[in-house]
Design a protein around this ligand. Sequence first.
Ligand SMILES: N[C@@H](CCC(=O)N[C@@H](CS)C(=O)NCC(=O)O)C(=O)O
Length: 240
Amino acid sequence: MRYELYYWPGIQGRGEFVRLPLEEAGADYVDVARERGGMNAMMALLAGTRIARPPFAPPFLMAGKQVIAQTANILLFLGPRLGLAPKAEAGRLWAHQLQLTVADFVQEIHDTHHPVSGGLYFEDQKPAARRRAEAFRRERAPKFLGYFEQVLARNSAGDRWLVGGRLTYADLSLFQIVAGLRYAFPRAMARLEKKHPRVVALHDRVAARPRIAAYLASDRRIPFNNDGIFRRYPELDAKR
Ligand SMILES: N[C@@H](CCC(=O)N[C@@H](CS)C(=O)NCC(=O)O)C(=O)O
């Protein structure tokens, strides 16, 4: 099966949570909008009227005739096919539950620089962004990271992975969260990392996996930049 991923070509964004499992599994996939003519193809699908079950927004995945959108839903679909989800239903739901929590976290990270509207420039919502980012750094980021730290600590199969004793797509997403927070909030994150050693160790474990390390070193990994979810605006980070 050749998967077709449709996502904005210049950013990691939410698409990265899908790229990582495809890369870890060595799956056959095309990052369509990064190919010649691919952006037109994506826009045509989004604007078109032919798809009976249309996606609201990228990322979306084409798998044969199926069109699947919503990041967590794409991963629910891909997880078992890529060997990155448990076999039993309870385990699959647990991985999905964690992924939905990642989605909430991602939205709150996005809202630090776009607290009023995604349709406005950051420059047009700076005072609100400063307030939102401060609350994020002080309350929300510690709450989310603390939650994932606890999930690791309570895992009866050990604290290497979030779900049971094997890597799942949820671990790849938590890796991406840590990498992104390091980029966006380097000062706040340096402090937060000390309180979340299991989460940081999981990040390092994922980064060291051969296929992930090769991907991160390749030009398929788009560098972080200030158009994505994780943006480096020094005024939104801690002062020191
Ligand atoms: N809940 C969706 C959110 C999708 C989403 O917000 N996609 C962004 C890019 S990361 C987008 O293009 N949004 C366009 C819009 O909301 O109008 C998911 O997790 O996939």
